[in-house]
Design a protein around this ligand. Structure first.
Ligand code: FMN
Length: 154
């Protein structure tokens, strides 16, 4: 069993749907998941040390920008050593926004890579509400995460 921190920002519930689905899939592997939302919970980057993996979900805003409630977290990431930390990013956007579709997910993923984290290769960007295909992709994402977690405990 591994400990996983799941953080997400969601206004209309699409990213939350993904977060809940991913958490349920992970629980089937008996991992312990602590879920927090950026708008309601205190989030301290220092607590990363207590977890084997960190998953971060966000919607995108205004030309692919990071939502306001995620900005402090994004800025504070450089204050902790996350070298080699197992991380995954996901979220909902809107393909209507073309080039800035899922921009905040890109920003987050790039930041984690820059800081040396071990970022899962699939950065899950979903168009509005997740459908069956998106949930199947989440399942693959979870399997990859589980594989990595298992190899860490071997
Ligand atoms: C004012 C405004 C600006 C937005 N800008 C973007 C954007 O640049 N890129 C994008 O992918 N989605 C953009 N969106 C769409 C949201 O990211 C999308 O509706 C998403 O599904 C919301 O996720 P949530 O249900 O988790 O809150 C924008 C939405 C609004 C209302």
């Amino acid at each position: 069993m591994s400990r996983i921190l799941m953080l997400y920002a969601s206004v209309t519930g699409n990213t939350e749907e993904l977060a809940v689905a991913i958490a349920e899939m992970l629980q089937k592997y008996n991992h312990e998941i602590n879920m927090k939302t950026f708008d309601a919970d205190a989030i301290d980057v220092e607590e990363f040390n207590k977890y084997d993996a960190v998953l971060v979900g966000t919607y995108s805003w205004d030309d692919g920008a990071m939502p306001y409630e995620v900005e402090d977290f994004y800025d504070e990431l450089e204050d902790v050593d996350i070298t080699g930390k197992l991380v995954g990013v996901f979220g909902s956007g809107d393909t209507f926004y073309l080039e800035t579709f899922g921009g905040a997910i890109e920003l987050l993923g790039e930041r984690f890579v820059e800081l040396g984290a071990d970022v899962l290769p699939d950065w899950i960007k979903v168009d509005l509400e997740p459908d069956e295909k998106d949930f199947a992709r989440c399942q693959k994402f979870v399997e990859e995460l589980n594989r990595k977690l298992e190899s860490m405990t071997e």
